[in-house]
Design a protein around this ligand. Structure first.
Ligand code: ZN
Length: 311
C-alpha cells in the first residue's frame, strides 16, 4: 500500500492531543514532534497536534506552542483544540490556520469541561468563528457526548441536531459528532449521522465522527457511519487516549486498526498502513507500555493468503 492523495475517507489522527493527554507517560517535545512527523509521513489527512487550554487544567498540553514551532511548515497539515477565544489567540500566534472548538451536548459535561452552560460555549464559538473567518482560519467543532453522557445518560437526538445546525449557522465548516465515552452502538450511530447529514445538506459542511473504543464498539460504529455517508473520521495511533473529565474513559479507535478495516473493505484512506504500524510500535516504545491496537500485534492480513477471486 502506498501513500496517496486518493481518498474515499479523510482520517484525522488525534494521538498527540486526545491520546497523550490522558496517558500516564510524559513525552518530550522531541518525541511529540517525531510522532506528528511520522503520522504526516504515513499520509493521515490532519493531525491534532495538541491543545491550547490552561496548563493548570491539562498540564500535558503546556508545550503545544513549542511543538507547533518545531514542526515548521508541517504544522500546515495540523489542527489543534481550543476551548475558548484565549486558546484561539495562542493558536494563531503560533501560526496555526486550523483550529477545533468543542461544545458538549450534555450540559453537565459542558460544565465539567468548560465551567459554563452549552449556550455560553456556543456564544464563545460564535466569537471565535467571526475572528476565524476574518483571519482565514478553518474552524471545526466537536460535539462531545453526542451519543450519551456518563453523567446524564441519554442525550436526545433533537439536542444534537440543534447543536449541529447552530454550529453550521455560526460558520463552522467541519462538525464532528463525538462518542466521548464510547457508549454508542452502530444503529444509533447510523441514525444520528443520517439525521445530522440531512440537517446540514447543501450547507457545504463536512460531517465527521470521533469515536472511542471504550466498550469495543468503536470500529463497528465507524463502519456504520461510513455506510450512511460519513467521510471524515478521527482516530488515535495505537488507540491511546481518554478524557480527563470523564470517569473511566479509554482510548480512541486506533488509526491503524481503522485504516486496516477500511482498506480491506476497498475504501481508500490515502494512508500507508505499514508506516502507521511502524509508528505505532515506535510510540509504544516511547510510552513505555503497550497500546490497545491489534493490527500491529497480528500484522496486516497477508494478501496472497486471503486474496479471494473477485473481492
Ligand atoms: Zn475524544
Amino acid at each position: 500500500m502506498t501513500h496517496s492523495e486518493e481518498r474515499d475517507v479523510w482520517v484525522v489522527d488525534v494521538a498527540p492531543r486526545d491520546g497523550l493527554q490522558n496517558d500516564p507517560a510524559e513525552l518530550t517535545v522531541d518525541d511529540k514532534v517525531e510522532l506528528v512527523r511520522r503520522l504526516l509521513a504515513a499520509g493521515v489527512y490532519r493531525v491534532e497536534v495538541g491543545s491550547f487550554v490552561s496548563p493548570k487544567w491539562v498540564p500535558k498540553m503546556a508545550d503545544t506552542d513549542e511543538v507547533v514551532r518545531r514542526l515548521g511548515p508541517a504544522a500546515g497539515r495540523c489542527t489543534c483544540l481550543i476551548p475558548n477565544e484565549r486558546g484561539y489567540d495562542r493558536a494563531v500566534a503560533v501560526g496555526l490556520k486550523d483550529v477545533r472548538t468543542v461544545v458538549a451536548a450534555s450540559a453537565t459535561m459542558n460544565r465539567k469541561n468548560f465551567g459554563c452552560e452549552p449556550e455560553d460555549t456556543l456564544a464563545e464559538i460564535g466569537r471565535v468563528a467571526r475572528r476565524a473567518q476574518a483571519d482565514g482560519v478553518r474552524l471545526w467543532a466537536v460535539v462531545a457526548t453526542a451519543f450519551g453522557c456518563p453523567f446524564e445518560g441519554r442525550v436526545s437526538l433533537g439536542t444534537v441536531l440543534d447543536l449541529v445546525r447552530r454550529l453550521a449557522d455560526l460558520g463552522v465548516r467541519e462538525v464532528l459528532l463525538a462518542d466521548t465515552t464510547g457508549v454508542a452502538v452502530p444503529p444509533q450511530v447510523a441514525r444520528l449521522c443520517e439525521a445530522s447529514l440531512s440537517v446540514v445538506a447543501g450547507m457545504g459542511i463536512q460531517l465527521g465522527i470521533h469515536l472511542h473504543n471504550t466498550r469495543n464498539t468503536g470500529y463497528a460504529n465507524a463502519f456504520a457511519a461510513w455506510q450512511v455517508g460519513i467521510r471524515l473520521m478521527d482516530a488515535s495511533l495505537g488507540g491511546i487516549g481518554g478524557c480527563p473529565f470523564a470517569p473511566r474513559a479509554t482510548g480512541n479507535i486506533a488509526t491503524e486498526d481503522l485504516v486496516h478495516m477500511l482498506e480491506r473493505s476497498g475504501i481508500r484512506t490515502g494512508i500507508d498502513l505499514e508506516a502507521l504500524i511502524r509508528a505505532s510500535d515506535w510510540l509504544a516504545d516511547r510510552l513505555g507500555h503497550g497500546v490497545p491496537s491489534l493490527v500491529p500485534k497480528a500484522g496486516p492480513v497477508p494478501a496472497e493468503v486471503y486474496a479471494v477471486k473477485g473481492g
